[in-house]
Each structure stands twice: as C-alpha cells, then as structure tokens.
Design a protein around this ligand. Sequence first.
Ligand SMILES: [Zn+2]
Length: 196
Amino acid sequence: MQVEKSVGIDLGLKDFAATSDGYLFTLDRHYRKLEQELAKAQRANGKARARAIHAKIKNSRKDQLHKLSTALVEEYGAIFIGNVNASPLARTRMAKSVLDAGWSSFRTMLQYKSDDAGVWFDEVDEAYSTQACSCCKRRTGPKSLEGLRIREWPCPECGAYHHRDINSAENILTVGRRRLAEGIPVLPAPSAAAAG
Ligand SMILES: [Zn+2]
C-alpha cells in the first residue's frame, strides 16, 4: 500500500491534538467560556443551570471534534494516533480535564470517517513516544507523568529542539508507518529504530 500523505497525532490536555506536521489544535474559547460559566453555576449550587451549560459544553466539544476529524480525513491518506488511555491520568489532579477530553469519541470519529473515505487509520502503542527523540531515537525526553510540565526540550544527544507533543506525534507517525509497511502489528521499539 502506497500512502503519499500520512500523519501522526498525539492527543493531550494542554492542546487537544498535536500533529507530526507541527500543528497544534486547541478547543476554542467559546468552549472555555462555557467551562467558566459552569464552574460559577456549580459554586452557586444552580443545578439546572449547571446541567444546561454542561449539555452546551458537550455539544460544542462534539462539534469541534467532528470538524477536526473531518478535516484530517480529507487531508491525509493515512492517519496514526496514539492509544493514550485516560485511566492512568484520571488518578492525577487533572482527572476532570482527562475525562472531559473526548479522546475516545475523537478516535471513534476518525475510525468511521476513515473507513468511509478509504483512509488508512491505525491506533499505535505510544509507549516512549514522549521520551524518545524523534531525530536520534534515544530516550532523552521527559518521562511521561513526572515530566508533564516540560513543554519543550532540547535533546542532549543530537541537539534537536522539540515541542513535547509534536515530537510525540512524529514518533507515533514513525511507528504507524512501520506497521503499515510491514502489514503486521508490531510493538514500537525505539531502540531497534535507532539501530536501523
Ligand atoms: Zn536526539
């Protein structure tokens, strides 16, 4: 299978998605404003108001995820996304934003839209995608949870300067392309990639 234009996607909390092409997607300000209104209603114990705002937030998010997933499927011939799981993060203090992030509904949208459009779609194991330098493949980057605050970092081995999530998206693309080329599922092996 020959795929001209492919992309790796890293899902996150700071930005909703980063792509291997260097784009960052955030949810828009209207959505942020609704979140503030929701917090206010919750503090005032306005349950009906809070419910109504919550429904608005859900719709706004869904609408944005639809637009983004449609744009990606129209743009690329192959889409690879990390299999980031909300549950380990849900135990941290960011639990609420993790559960609200919409990662799984976004992946579901990408899956069925890709199927409809004949676009290759694959979820890849994103182990070490944050730690591995996308240039030299050495694990010189921030360790997943403990290094969440580190947004940008220089690789001490090869000197490349990385945006955390874009670097991760590049690694996801590398793993996805390898799986596509081999036609069989393989586990990502950054050390093997460095040797090859
Ligand atoms: Zn490096």
